[in-house]
Design a protein around this ligand. Structure first.
Ligand SMILES: *[C@@H]1O[C@H](CO)[C@@H](O)[C@H](O)[C@H]1NC(C)=O
Ligand SMILES: *[C@@H]1O[C@H](CO)[C@@H](O)[C@H](O)[C@H]1NC(C)=O
Ligand SMILES: *[C@@H]1O[C@H](CO)[C@@H](O)[C@H](O)[C@H]1NC(C)=O
Ligand SMILES: *[C@@H]1O[C@H](CO)[C@@H](O)[C@H](O)[C@H]1NC(C)=O
Ligand SMILES: *[C@@H]1O[C@H](CO)[C@@H](O)[C@H](O)[C@H]1NC(C)=O
Ligand SMILES: *[C@@H]1O[C@H](CO)[C@@H](O)[C@H](O)[C@H]1NC(C)=O
Ligand SMILES: *[C@@H]1O[C@H](CO)[C@@H](O)[C@H](O)[C@H]1NC(C)=O
Ligand SMILES: *[C@@H]1O[C@H](CO)[C@@H](O)[C@H](O)[C@H]1NC(C)=O
Ligand SMILES: *[C@@H]1O[C@H](CO)[C@@H](O)[C@H](O)[C@H]1NC(C)=O
Length: 588
């Protein structure tokens, strides 16, 4: 065994001697004369080898077992420009270890065991432009650690165990352009006049406070990633900055930080992906007139409100993949003409005329190779929006406003105690709607229909035992993806004759009114399409929501009917029962 080893290693030992001594080459290393590079990666070295040629420009010592760097280890290498000591076991660097490397531009110390950098380690490295200290065990950065590094442009201190960054730790870094900090306790960064890019990852900070970054006047790129505790980007936190790209990802913010984004008129790329954001309200980005890319992928987006992208006059790329959107309307955009790339795949899309604009632009719009698919209607579930054949488009993407039929003015006069009915029948197309469905059933576990009003199948509103206070105007709104139709009816309820009033308790109005109130004084109806607010006189509203309407006469129409009542006639009522009752009914 030993013998074999001897025989085998003999030629190996001879090899380094083989090239003529153009300065020589250390044992176990490879030297390339033209580039003046010496490579000793993965050679189980426990120290910097002897015999490195003095003219070496590039020295590779990564993936060895070096534990310590002393002054003199790297002496007499006046031409060295790049030094790679990554992935060793260096726990200690003596001051002066790099003192004789005047031309050093790149120093990589990534993946070592450094806990502390004593003052004086990086002195006289005037030409250093890149210093990588990531993946060490640094807990603290002392004042003036980097003070001689006047030429340093990129500093990586990511993935350390930093708990404290001293106030003047970054003093002297006049040329610093990029800084990455990870898993640390952010303190004041000090004045980094030239800093253009700042990446902050895995920080345990719950809120970005006012003017955190005010001493970074040159910052263009700010990246905040993986802060699970971050719930708020305060309005003033980005003040003083003039960013061109901002990324806030994998945090716990639930709203678009619209206020913090105000006045960032030079922002061109915004990445808010992977945050639990549910809604994009109207005008959220309205000052971002130069924004070209907006990423909001992998969030919890269910609603992008009309005009949500108001002001985005130059938007080229919109990435909304992997959300909970059922639609994305053209009215959301300032103008869709600038849009080149759109990602809406991974959303439960309702394929109806609201998405027609995407189909119409499918020749020019780049979908990044991910075709959005329909979740509804059932007939095309799973089909790619872009691949729907013309026949299907013709059938499903024809958007007709619903039309309320029998529009003769309904003025109903009744006497107290009578039952009253209003008709409101609608069709996506005249004559198309004929079927009736199940009677409305209360949704959820709330009480059964309180009061005396109910909606009968077919859209008829019935009020039993009418009271004078029921008098007023009633509105019926029928809406679908194509629009809506509204219709009013008027009710006047006369009081009962005085003669019968005085007769006993059966007609005690106050009592009866308290027992079975008609809680329809003012009604708000919210539908999938938005909210309608009512004038004072409007007392009741019911909505026919045509989720899907197939145009042909011989086809059945699917209507989903939603009624929603909310009592808002007094603070007590509002506070008491939480107000709303909701019924859903499907008519086929
Ligand atoms: C930095 O490098 C340049 C050449 O790249 C050299 O002229 C200059 O002397 C170096 N600076 C120092 C302090 O050695
Ligand atoms: C951050 O620093 C503060 C005070 O300097 C300290 O109370 C807190 O525990 C630190 N947090 C972490 C995650 O180190
Ligand atoms: C994120 O926010 C939610 C609700 O605001 C909270 O319940 C959750 O604990 C937060 N997550 C983290 C990691 O802080
Ligand atoms: C913001 O930066 C842009 C270039 O990105 C520059 O043209 C503009 O003048 C800057 N605005 C301010 C207020 O500094
Ligand atoms: C946006 O952020 C996510 C998460 O950090 C990242 O995966 C994605 O590449 C970013 N997109 C762009 C365009 O920077
Ligand atoms: C959109 O976002 C997803 C998820 O972050 C990402 O994988 C994809 O590359 C993005 N696409 C574009 C065009 O930015
Ligand atoms: C009805 O249409 C009008 C104008 O077209 C619109 O403003 C309103 O939001 C629509 N209402 C519903 C419930 O769709
Ligand atoms: C008064 O009430 C009685 C029964 O309670 C009824 O028969 C009669 O018609 C009522 N009178 C009027 C004017 O409504
Ligand atoms: C009507 O009801 C009120 C409230 O319960 C009661 O105070 C009043 O005595 C009743 N009037 C008659 C005539 O029964």
């Amino acid at each position: 065994m030993t013998c074999w080893l001897c025989v085998l290693s003999l030629p190996l030992l001879l090899l380094p001697a083989a090239p003529p001594p153009a300065g020589g080459c250390p044992a176990r290393c490879e030297c390339t004369a033209q580039t003046r590079a010496v490579a000793c990666t993965r050679r189980r070295l426990t120290a910097v080898p002897d015999g490195i040629p003095a003219e070496t420009r590039l020295l590779e010592l990564s993936r060895n077992r070096i534990r310590c760097l002393n002054p003199g280890d790297l002496a007499a290498l006046p031409a060295l420009e790049e030094l790679d000591l990554s992935e060793n076991a260096i726990a200690h660097v003596e001051p002066g270890a790099f003192a004789n490397l005047p031309r050093l531009r790149v120093l990589r110390l990534r993946g070592n065991q450094l806990k502390l950098i004593p003052p004086g380690v990086f002195t006289r490295l005037d030409n250093l432009t890149l210093l990588d200290l990531s993946e060490n065990k640094l807990v603290i950065l002392l004042d003036y650690t980097f003070q001689d590094l006047h030429s340093l442009r990129r500093l990586e201190v990511g993935d350390n165990d930093l708990v404290f960054i001293s106030r003047r730790a970054f003093a002297g870094l006049l040329a610093l352009e990029e800084l990455t900090l990870e898993r640390c306790n952010l303190t004041s960064l000090g004045h980094l006049r030239g800093l253009g890019a700042l990446r902050l990852r895995h920080l345990a900070i719950a809120a970005l406070e006012d003017q955190n970054f005010r001493r970074l006047p040159g910052l263009l790129h700010l990246e905040i990633d993986n802060w699970p505790l971050l719930e708020d980007v305060a309005a003033g936190s980005l003040r003083g900055l003039n960013l061109t790209s901002l990324s806030v990802t994998h945090t716990n913010i639930t709203a678009v930080p619209a206020a913090a984004l105000r006045h960032h008129a030079h922002l061109t790329c915004l990445n808010l992906s992977h945050n639990p954001i549910i809604t994009v309200p109207r005008g959220s980005f309205r000052d971002l007139v130069r924004l070209r890319e907006l990423h909001l992928a992998g969030a919890l987006l269910a609603v992008v409100e009309p005009q949500a992208f108001l002001g985005l006059r130059q938007i080229r790329l919109l990435n909304l993949s992997n959300n909970l959107l059922s639609t994305l309307e053209e009215s959301t955009f300032h103008s869709v003409n600038t849009l080149e790339t759109l990602r809406v795949d991974g959303n439960p899309l309702a394929c109806d005329c609201r998405l027609l604009w995407i189909v119409q632009r499918s020749k020019t719009l780049n979908l990044d190779g991910r075709l959005p698919a329909c979740a509804t209607p059932a007939e095309v579930r799973g089909d790619a929006l872009r691949n729907l054949p013309d026949s299907v488009l013709f059938e499903y993407f024809v958007c007709r406003k619903p039309k309320i039929r029998e529009r003769r003015l309904q003025r109903v006069a009744a006497t107290a105690g009578e039952d009253v009915r209003f008709l409101c029948r609608a069709g996506g197309r005249a004559g198309a709607h004929r079927g009736l469905g199940d009677p409305p059933a209360p949704a959820g576990d709330g009480p059964p229909a309180r009061g005396r009003a109910s909606v009968l199948p077919g859209g008829t509103l019935e009020i039993q035992d009418a009271r004078p206070q029921d008098s007023g105007t009633y509105t019926c709104v029928a809406s679908n993806a194509g629009g809506n139709d509204t219709y009013f009816a008027m009710l006047t309820v006369r009081p009962e004759p005085a003669a019968n009033r005085t007769l006993g308790e059966a007609h005690n109005e106050t009592l009866a009114a308290l027992r079975a109130p008609l809680d329809l004084t003012t009604i708000l109806v919210s539908t999938a399409m938005g909210c309608i607010t009512f004038l004072g006189v409007v007392l009741f509203c019911f909505v026919l929501l045509f989720v899907w309407s197939r145009g042909r006469g011989q086809h059945k129409n699917n209507f989903s009917v939603e009624y929603s009542f909310r009592k808002v006639d007094g603070p007590a009522a509002a506070a008491g029962q939480g107000g709303a009752r909701k019924f859903n009914m499907k008519m086929i």
